[in-house]
Structure formats: C-alpha cells, structure tokens
Design a protein around this ligand. Sequence first.
Ligand code: M6R
Length: 607
Amino acid sequence: MCGIVGYVGRELAAPFLLQSLKRLEYRGYDSAGIALIEDGRLLRFRRAGKVKDLEASLDVAAFAARVGIGHTRWATHGAPTDDNAHPHLDCSGRIAVIHNGIIENHAVLRHQLEAEGHVFSSQTDTEVLAHLIESLSEGDLLDAVRRAVAQAQGAFAVAVLSQDDPSRIVVAKRGSPLVVGRGEGAGYVSSDVPALLGKATEVQFLLDDEVGEVRCDGYAVFTLDGRPVHRPPHRVSADPIAIQKGGYKHFMLKEIHEQPRSVGETIREKLDEATHALSLPALEKGFADIDHVYFVACGTAFHAAKVAEYLWEDVLPVPTHAVIASEFRLRNPHITPRTLVIAVSQSGETIDTLMAVRRARARGARVVALVNAEQSAIERESDAVVYTRAGIEIGVAATKTFTAQIAALGLVGLALGRRRNPDSEAVCARELAELALLPGRIVEALRVEARIQSLAEQLHRASDVLFLARGVLFPIALEGALKLKEISYIHAEGYPAGEMKHGPIALIDEGKPVVMLASRDIAYEKLLSNMEEVKARKGLVIAVSDAPDDPNLRRLADEVLPVPAATGISAPILFTIPLQLLAYHVAVSLGTDVDQPRNLAKTVTVE
Ligand code: M6R
C-alpha cells in the first residue's frame, strides 16, 4: 500500500526521498510525490505513475533542501491522478501532509472545513488532514497535528511538514505502520524499515495514538495527550544488500532462489538437528490444554495455513480450521479460552488478519502470531510470536515467505503434537529427519527452471489455467493459481482434483492447460484417473510429480516437471517451487511488471 518517507538532516533531502521511495515501490502504488522546504518556501511535486516519472520531471540536483517528505500512493479515495497524489496542502500552501490509511470520517470533516471556508483541490480523504491542521494551528505544529488526529477516525500514518517550522517533521500513527529513526546528523521517517537501511542506525516503531517529531538530531515520541514515550530503540541490523537484486532480473526470481536458505534458517532456529529438540519459546506460555485451533490469514498466507490444517491433523488430536481472515470476522467461530488462533502473515500488518486477531482475543482465544517482519501490529496484539526467518521479501508476489510459513507452521504443529499426543512421536521423528534434508532438496527442485522457461513460452498464450491436486497439495494448487494470476494476469483456478467432475471439467477443451500435482503418496492412482479425464478431453496436461519416471504418468502427461520425493512438511514446499517458477517465467514471457504487479500492494493495510 502507500509508502511514507521523511528526512531532516545535513544532507540533501530530495535524492534521499526519491531513492527511499524507490525502495518502497514493492509495497505497490500508482502515484508519487515529495514536498521540500527550500529557501524558506514549501515546494511540492506530484505525479501519477512511477517514482522514476516523478524523478524525470524534476531537476533533482538543483534542490538544496535538507528537509522533506515523500509518498507513494495506492489509490483508495479518488483516482490515481496528479491532483490526488500526496503530499496534500492546506489553503495557505504552508503545510504539507502525506498519509497512509483511510480517514473514515473524512466526509464529515470536509463538510465542516468547507463551511469554515477551506477550499479543497483533491478527492482524497487525506486532504482533510491538511486543512484540519491549518484550522487547529495556534503556532505549534505538533500540537495542531495532535489535535487533528484526535478528531480523525480510521487508520492512519501521517507525516507533516510546515514551512513555518522547517527544523522538524511531525508524525502520528493509528493502525498503519510508521517508524522514526536516527542516523549520522539526520532524523528519518518511514512506513517501512527497508527504506532506511544503510541510513538510520536505530529506529522506533510508533504505537497507535502516538505522535512524534523528527529533527536532525533524532526523534521524540509522545502520547496523544502529550506525555513523552520512552521505549528502547531497535538497532537496524539488516544489510542493504538484502534489498538489492543481486544479479537477478527481478526480486521475485532472487527470492525463489533464496528458498534453500530461507526455509533452512526458519527450521534451524527452531530445531536442533542433532538432538531433534524443538525450541519454540512462544509455546512455553502454555497451550497444552487447547481443544480447537483456527488459523486466520489472507492470500498466500492463507494457503500456508491451509497446508498446516492438513499437516496438523496428523499430529494434533483437536479440530483445526484455516479461515480467511476477512471471513472470520463475519462468522461465529467456536471460541473459548481453550481455543488457539494462529495469525499467519508475512508483513504482520494485514488489516483483515489484524481484525481477526482482535475478534479472537475479544472472545477469549489465545493468539499466536506467525510473522516474518518483526515489531508488527499483529505481533504486538498477540499473546506470543513465532517468526519465519525468510528475510525481507520485496517482490509483491510472496514466494520465500510462503515456504517459510509452511516450515514454521509444520514445526509448531509438531511441537504441540508432541505435548498432546504421545502417538505422534513416530510422525515427528520421521518429519524431523526429513527436514534436515529439505534445503538440499529445494536446490534440486530449482534445477527444473530451464525446462519451465521453455514451457512458459508455450503457456503464456493461455487465457486460463487449471491447477488440480489432492490432499495437502490442494492448497499448493491454490497457491500456484494465485501466483500465476497475480503476476501474469492469466486467469487461473486451483481445485481439489476430486472436484473436477463436479464443475471445472466443463472448462476443459483442446489445449486447455491443466497443471496436476501428482505425488506418489497422495491418492496417486486417483490423480492419474483425473489425468485420463483431462486427456480424454484433449486438455494439455502439465504434471508436477515426485514419480517423474512412471510410464503411466509419462503416457498421460504432455510435460512432466520433476520434484524430489519427500513426505510431510517437505512435500508441499517442494511442489511449490516449480509453480513459482512457472508463474514467474510466464509473466516474464508476457513482459508484465513482475515485482510490482498492477493493482496489488505488498502490505494490505486497508479493509
Ligand atoms: O502480509 P501478509 O502475509 O498478511 O499478506 C497476505 C496477502 O495479502 C498476501 O499473501 C498476498 O496474497 C500476496 N500478494 C501473495 O502473493
């Protein structure tokens, strides 16, 4: 979603703002803008389109400003036009505001402000903040911002620059993420830490209903009623290399190839491979008495949760359900103090998942966050946290975080299973031995890439593609279809193969691509029968299989993509790899914007 950056310090502000906005491009956006204070005057530049379009329209080297704010906007209220791009100004043009989130009472506020004589120039909800701050201003910007956000309803992260107060940027947060930071003679603001890597040495994550100011010597944070907030800062330890492509054409491809390491790190943190002891401090707080489990998640994270639903049934003697977070809120789930809710989210900021967490806790459930980013809202609002150790993921299409989620969820299930069900020990021992081999098997699975590249040449003309699988691979079929549609815009659907006869078979005609996941261990013969059915209707069968040499499979499939044989947690991870590569290479053949697909945002912070 939208991105925020701000700089005040000894160096030139404009180059920093533009570079940082480019680092936030992965969040997804459709327009960009900056505001600077130059020779005592507030200057604003905005443009629909990419940051590079904004940059091309500016003579960046000519700016001497040492303070400024920048924004990438993902349109919610008002089309992605120049006029709706942030920053937005007050009537005097002295106050500039950038904002992530939604001001829910913007219509009421706008009406009041217009009645006072304020003139609006955009259709955005954000602009009300600029006018409200102007209307409440009695000389102190921080005070005016504090009073303005107290009147605002909804979710927001805000950064404000005033021509009358060029030594600081004022910020406020409720709902949407915001960090302030300090570095060598500089203060920073951002919606996301990656924008500050290599610059800020320490950062502070604002909590809801906190305001702050950022100056060239650092930052200060306050509660909405003015009390200073003192929390230990966080060292910025990630390497800026993590947000570079490292020779790959796209971040997505780099992240696909990082999976031996990201899955390996996720496992190593939790499993002593020598003793098979599992170390999950989050679970030490109890959970031995749980009698029901819900996973709540969205998108790809939901597919990982769905995999866990299958895996946990093998080890935990309690019902488990994966529920799409936005639906969880609309249902009446069975929740008691013995219910465990696992919130799965790469970003830890997805608003639907956060709302599901709030609902679950309000009803007395215990909540564990399973997240990749540290210090997120979902982590803060949960009873305990388990991290995936995938590293920063820049590609909007989730890849390495998905496989890390499956690995982490699998291990959490084994740890709980060991406590609750002595019979699960045999499953655990087999699983843990297999997991030690998994990073090497992922390396092997990646070797199929050259074949997928030539297959993609053929598939990129398809108008839609079916993905079929059974059992624990069914969620992988869902994920394969999601990946393809997200980045290639080709329509794709994932189905349990057993459902094909109940509807989707009507779609199959000559040449229709059907990707079928065939594991020796999962209803293999039935899957081959489904393949026969597709073949009989002249569909194009692309089999992904751990039995690639089976003559029956070879007879039916037009193409066979091999994956290393494995069971349990490892199998869904290994079957994912060819599907990620397939989506990637089809998208490359089509020339789409792989890392920033249209309309999508990396972190979805509006409902
Ligand atoms: O940050 P989260 O894991 O909570 O994000 C959930 C979904 O928005 C996300 O997985 C989305 O579906 C991705 N675009 C998948 O590639």
